[in-house]
Design a protein around this ligand. Structure first.
Ligand SMILES: [Zn+2]
Length: 339
């Protein structure tokens, strides 16, 4: 037996034609449930010949546009019209989703900082390992839907990997066009923020899976514009790939695609002390280089002059912190520059 074999079992047969709604059983033997497991919902729609598209939401448990968009897609799929296979996991980190928290309440781990995971690790590590060893090897494409979570609010945007390889870049560009979001941020999906490579995009690439993600809202709420963008985008890509019929593609959006980058560290503002944060920018606003991102007020001394934090570079405001209370190192927001 393969020693790397997952300990997560499922009632889904990935090779069966038709529409299946099932569960991934995450082993969870605890005081109140000796032989228990945590069921993670999964749906698979397979029919005819075509690529496999993996769709994930709820990697962070306090993000809701992805779970809504993906569960609705699964409920509405006409499997007879599918050419290929769609694997849908709307709430991948189900324990975190039930708790409404970014990280898992079981082990305190951020699923999207724990790839490739471990078969005999904690609950979150086992989920990551399942994605790495069972889901990504079956997939040709991955769309992983995110939002800012409780602490951040985003201007809804598709995120696409930036490749120097012209072939890869061209493939991504056809997916971006099919997703048809008004804002697209190109980023390093292999290393993500601050050089983090424990992210799903890195392991998608290692499996030869073309990858899109996005930030469709935040603040542990549902952004209706972001939800609409995610729903249109996923259906547009599925139609573009021929997995859903072409006539099911959403009508083209009016207006150009705004293409952005967010690699420059000067686009980010971080708190350098504890206090409470007063933002000085609004999402979507154009911000000049050196502009004040906001003021950090002293918690204990209302008469103390608040301290200004600046954006060093210019750009469009894409993300703002939702919680006013800050500690040193907290992200207060970020911009993206047009390319
Ligand atoms: Zn997220």
């Amino acid at each position: 037996m393969n020693s790397d074999r997952t300990m997560i079992s499922t009632d889904i047969d990935f090779d069966r034609k038709g529409l299946q709604f099932g569960k991934l059983r995450l082993p969870h033997s605890v005081h109140r449930s000796a032989y228990g497991h945590i069921p993670i919902p999964i749906a698979v729609a397979a029919n005819g010949e075509g690529p496999t598209v993996l769709l994930t939401g709820g990697v962070h448990g306090d993000e809701y546009e992805g779970p809504i968009a993906l569960s609705r897609l699964a409920r509405e799929i006409d499997v007879e019209r599918v050419c290929g296979r769609i694997i849908i996991v709307p709430t991948l980190n189900q324990p975190a989703f039930v708790a409404g928290t970014r990280v898992s309440p079981i082990d305190g781990i951020n699923l999207n900082r724990t790839f490739p995971g471990r078969r005999d690790g904690t609950a979150t590590e086992m989920i990551a390992h399942y994605v790495t060893t069972e889901l990504l090897p079956r997939a040709d494409f991955l769309i992983d839907l995110h939002a800012g979570g409780s602490s951040l609010q985003y201007l809804p945007a598709l995120l696409a990997p930036r490749w120097s390889d012209p072939g890869k870049a061209a493939r991504v560009e056809t997916l971006v066009t099919a997703f048809d979001a008004g804002n697209v941020i190109y980023f390093d999906s292999v290393r993500a923020l601050s050089g983090e490579d424990r992210v799903i995009g890195n392991y998608a690439d290692r499996n030869g899976v073309d990858f899109l993600t996005g930030e469709f809202g935040g603040g542990s709420s549902v952004n209706i514009d972001g939800l609409a963008m995610a729903e249109r985008g996923v259906r547009g890509v599925l139609s573009h790939l021929g997995v859903l019929p072409a006539e099911k593609a959403p009508a083209p959006r009016k207006g150009p695609i705004r293409r952005l980058a967010m690699d420059d560290p000067g686009l980010y503002a971080f708190a350098d002390r504890r206090g409470f944060f007063e933002p000085k920018f609004a999402l979507g606003q154009t911000v000049a280089a050196g502009a004040v991102a906001g003021l950090i007020h002293d918690i204990d001394d209302p008469w103390a002059t608040p301290v200004a934090v600046h954006f060093r570079s210019a750009g469009i405001a894409m993300c703002v912190r939702t919680f006013s209370l800050v500690e040193a190192g907290d992200c207060l927001g970020h911009l993206a520059s047009e390319i």
